[in-house]
Write a protein that binds this ligand. Structure first.
Ligand code: HEM
Ligand code: FES
Length: 401
């Protein structure tokens, strides 16, 4: 039976609406990765709008919430640390407690900053944490700066040489582990954190080039190593503070473990991508590129293929409608069926067959997911061949199906 001869719900689809919805979603729809990438430009600007001209930081609701939590957390930590410290160690002076509160808080924030990247690579649900990571970094620098200024003022401002000179000349036992001038390590780390905070705005990203910018920001690992040494050779040797030693050790293990795990995951993804490509699969897009219940048209081996995302699944069928060659990939999934934007013919996304009583069929294509990437095999299967869809999230590391 022909679709034209029997009016049915599937032929009464509002054509203009289908076409326009498909287009606006494909081209103007929300894309979280773009939003995360442009955090300092307000998170809402497309790449074409970025320029090397300075742009003031744009605020939105998410940013305000993130920053409010950050500032609230910082104040709560400082208050608790100084309050509890004064209670537990009545002999400690207020300035000592403040130096320690700001120092340990800066180190905690540094750990959080270092963990966010690998956490997001391991599980996309952590992505909101990445959204304002630069504000976190700048806050960490400011907290470390207060700790440094208080320390220099307390230990190096009372002599007859200027404080910064005193920092480097008052103790020059660089050959001794027991009496190493650990303050110099803190100062070097602070200089790196300053460089990172000062160049964190998108203005510098575009002016310095992403490559140089990335290199500067990779120096955070040098700063981290210097700070671990700063604490181990300084406070830990002087105080033998067991709690601080345990926390520092746990932090080190956490940072190293998350980096190793996420590195292993990336390696597996690259390895499986290469393997899938050797099996003939072609990477066509990421899952985020396809809005829910919509398709993306890709060209494979001179054929147009429509890749659909629906109900946590991905399937691919020919882009060519059996009726009058309409572009199926520009249609939507309605009632579980790919619906042609021209006259409403419908096909099941996994088998390419029209729902009964119709008998039209289009070719289908095998898909696989590796991480977040969608791959399609360019060999068309005979019209109506059912192929297992790829399940988003479940087919984490895709063995080509
Ligand atoms: C010019 C730079 C710096 C100087 C002169 C300096 C100086 C000091 C001094 C004198 C102490 C011992 C305080 C005490 O035990 O009472 C200390 C401890 C510490 N510093 Fe620094 N520091 C600097 C930079 C940094 C930076 C950038 C960080 C972290 C981002 C940092 C984190 C710490 C931590 C976690 C401690 C241990 C706190 C404790 O005893 O509980 N320092 N620093
Ligand atoms: S329904 Fe007519 S071309 Fe697809």
């Amino acid at each position: 039976m022909c679709h034209d001869s029997t009016p049915s719900p599937q032929s009464s689809v509002d054509l203009d609406l289908s076409i326009h919805t498909a287009f606006s979603s494909l081209h103007g729809g929300p894309c979280c990765s773009a939003a995360y990438n442009t955090e300092e430009s307000g998170g809402e600007l497309g790449e074409s709008q970025m320029s090397v001209q300075y742009q003031a930081v744009g605020w939105n609701r998410q940013k305000r919430i993130y920053d409010a939590v950050l500032v609230g957390g910082v104040l709560a930590y400082l208050t608790l640390f100084v309050g509890l410290g004064a209670f537990l160690y009545p002999s400690a002076t207020a300035i000592t407690l403040q130096i320690r509160a700001f120092g340990t808080l800066a180190l905690v924030l540094l750990h959080v900053t270092l963990c966010i990247g690998p956490l997001c690579r391991l599980d996309r649900r952590f992505l909101p944490l990445l959204y304002n990571r630069r504000h976190l970094g700048v806050t960490m620098f400011l907290v470390a700066l207060v700790h440094s200024v208080l320390s220099i003022n307390q230990f190096h401002a009372r002599g007859d040489v200027t404080p910064l000179v005193s920092l480097f000349v008052s103790n020059t036992r660089y050959g001794s582990l027991a009496q190493f001038p650990f303050q110099a390590l803190g100062f070097t780390a602070l200089s790196i954190l300053f460089l990172m905070a000062a160049t964190s705005h998108d203005f510098w990203l575009h002016n310095l080039s992403p490559c140089v910018w990335k290199r500067i920001h990779m120096m955070v690992y040098v700063a981290y190593a210097l700070l671990v040494a700063h604490v181990v050779l300084g406070a830990l040797q002087a105080d033998r503070n067991v709690a601080l030693a345990i926390l520092l050790g746990m932090g080190l293990v956490l940072v190293a473990a998350l980096h190793l795990l996420s590195g292993a995951k990336e390696w597996r993804i690259d390895h499986n991508l290469r393997r899938a490509e050797m099996n003939g699969f072609v990477e066509v897009c990421t899952v985020d590129d396809i809005p829910e219940k919509h398709g993306k048209v890709v060209s494979l081996a001179d054929e147009r293929v429509a890749v659909f995302r629906y109900d946590g699944k991905i399937s691919a069928i020919s882009n060519v409608c059996r009726h009058q060659n309409g572009p199926l990939g520009e249609g939507r999934i309605i009632d579980g069926c790919v619906t042609c934007p021209w006259h409403g013919y419908q096909y099941l996304p996994d088998s390419g067959t029209s729902p009964p009583p119709f008998t039209d069929k289009v070719p289908t294509y095998r898909t696989t997911l590796i991480g977040n990437r969608v791959l399609v095999h360019p060999c068309a299967h005979p019209p109506g061949t059912r192929l297992e869809p790829s399940f988003i999230g479940q087919v984490e590391i895709g063995a080509p199906q």
